[in-house]
Design a protein around this ligand. Structure first.
Ligand SMILES: NC(=O)c1ccc[n+]([C@@H]2O[C@H](COP(=O)([O-])OP(=O)(O)OC[C@H]3O[C@@H](n4cnc5c(N)ncnc54)[C@H](O)[C@@H]3O)[C@@H](O)[C@H]2O)c1
Length: 442
């Protein structure tokens, strides 16, 4: 028998979601329906997965909640911020992800989830024009107003703990700037000086959350918490952070499929990925500066799994200067498909004596249906990590993320291989449960 040192998950857990769009409302509706026994939380690791603990005669396969104390769905209370004033019911209907029959039974609860005014700067998402915002205030005023929102929500709803999840639109690309983003003191000075170029609104949400003792999760590819200044704040406040970008459709397939090529020592000349997508996320990503953020995130997956420098014969050819396979990712805004994204992957591989072959993958997925269980798992596991005394970047959550955070200032590499990420996840659960972490990732 093991003993866990993790604090119990007593009382209510407030989940504050930044953005009340397709992903957020699909997540909330599913949780509210599941806890009434009206649906099943399919795709959620925390609700279904069983992992081995112990060895030999004492070997057992247990659900996470039987190893570590995980908050119950019935203890979750939702809140949100959005640029648009519609409540979660109206927004879920607007998103057209779920059928009305799957929303109506929890209509009353969803109607109570009314977005607080957003900390928003139109330069960061030009295609949005809602007016439920905090107005044209400085970055530091955003931080203070958001901190106040978190405190008020926690008190009014009687929550023991809060987690803040970003499921809002992808912001324009903010390159990491050493002068502003490396030290907490510099970031704070920039916020106070209202440096709108280097301080994205999302950074204000993250800063506010951590200062209020809430873990922060970045579900979009935004730079936000992927900067040393925020790591410093996470250490100072002893709060977990995770990011970035939910690993849902095409990248999930990529990080699961690339290991087949790598493990069998097959060669790769090129991987072309394209998507059509018609929801509001697709609309925002139609703006080149916003797409750039997504592109950077999506490209990194393959490069850390199939490495040209480790296997030049297999992965060192195919691009313009013949140093690496050709890798291209495209997202095309196509309204008729709404949330039902279609992704095509064309993979040019080669085998024995260099003979070429092709693999085609056509994934007709539902974006928010894939993202919702990740939202649940990321929130529950970040709350668990906080109670376990873990803080800073939570690498064990890489499994759920397209562009997992890592300390790039120390030359650390992200782990993108889905199976290695799963090992990291299982080991962390084992460790927090007082069991031995017994699988190596090589
Ligand atoms: N669904 C997926 O498979 C998937 C995968 C990875 C990442 N994501 C990311 O998740 C995010 C949400 O996706 P979605 O489909 O729900 O988009 P959506 O457009 O339906 O919802 C996003 C909402 O965020 C709001 N918003 C924008 N800026 C805000 C701010 N500063 N404060 C508060 N609210 C703000 C918008 O008004 C909008 O209602 C996007 O960034 C998307 O890239 C989604």
């Amino acid at each position: 028998m093991s003993t866990t040192n993790v604090k119990p998950a007593d009382g209510k857990l407030g989940i504050l979601v930044v953005g009340n769009g397709a992903v957020a409302t699909t997540f909330m509706t599913g949780v509210l329906m599941a806890r009434k026994g009206l649906t099943k939380p399919v795709g959620s690791m925390t609700q279904y997965d069983k992992i081995r603990v112990g060895r030999g005669d004492s070997k057992k396969y247990l659900k996470y909640a039987d190893i570590v104390p995980i908050a119950k769905l019935s203890d979750i209370v939702f809140g949100t911020w959005d640029v648009y004033p519609q409540n979660a019911y109206q927004s879920a209907i607007y998103a057209e992800v779920l059928k009305e029959k799957d929303i109506e039974p929890v209509r009353d609860e969803l109607e109570q989830i009314k977005p607080m005014p957003a900390a928003f700067d139109k330069n960061y998402a030009k295609r949005l024009d809602g007016d439920n915002t905090k107005g044209d205030i400085t970055r530091w005023q955003m931080v203070e107003a958001l901190r106040e929102d978190i405190r008020r929500f926690k008190q009014e709803k009687g929550c023991q703990r809060i987690v803040v999840l970003w499921a809002a639109s992808t912001e324009i690309y903010v390159p990491v700037n050493k002068e502003v983003h490396y030290r907490l003191a510099d970031l704070e000075a920039a916020m106070k000086a209202d440096d709108r170029e280097h301080v994205a609104p999302s950074m204000c949400y993250a800063y506010a959350a951590l200062c209020e003792g809430a873990p922060f999760i970045m579900g979009a590819p935004n730079t936000t918490v992927d900067i040393p200044a925020i790591w410093e704040l996470a250490e100072k406040t002893r709060m977990p952070i995770a990011g970035k970008d939910f690993k849902t459709g095409q990248t999930l397939v990529k990080s699961g499929f690339a290991p087949i090529i790598g493990t069998r020592c097959l060669g790769l000349n090129g991987w072309f990925s394209t998507n059509i997508l018609g929801n509001r996320d697709g609309l925002v990503l139609d703006e080149p500066a916003n797409f750039r953020t997504k592109e950077v995130s999506k490209l990194s997956t393959l490069e850390t799994i199939l490495k040209p420098e480790a296997q030049p014969d297999l992965y060192g050819h195919g691009n313009d200067d013949d140093t690496q396979y050709y890798h291209k990712v495209r997202i095309n805004y196509y309204p008729p498909r709404n949330d039902n994204k279609e992704g095509w992957d064309n993979i040019d591989i080669f085998g024995w004596m260099g003979y070429p072959m092709q693999i085609k993958i056509n994934f007709l997925c539902r974006d928010s249906i894939l993202a919702a269980p990740l939202c649940l798992d990321l929130c529950l596991l970040s709350d668990l990590a906080a109670r376990a005394g873990r803080y800073g970047i939570q690498r064990f959550l890489s499994f759920f993320l397209k562009s997992p955070m890592h300390d790039y200032t120390q030359g650390e590499e992200p782990v993108n291989n889905l199976y290695q990420q799963y090992t990291m996840l299982k080991n962390a659960i084992r460790e927090m449960g007082g069991y031995e972490a017994d699988e190596e990732i090589d």
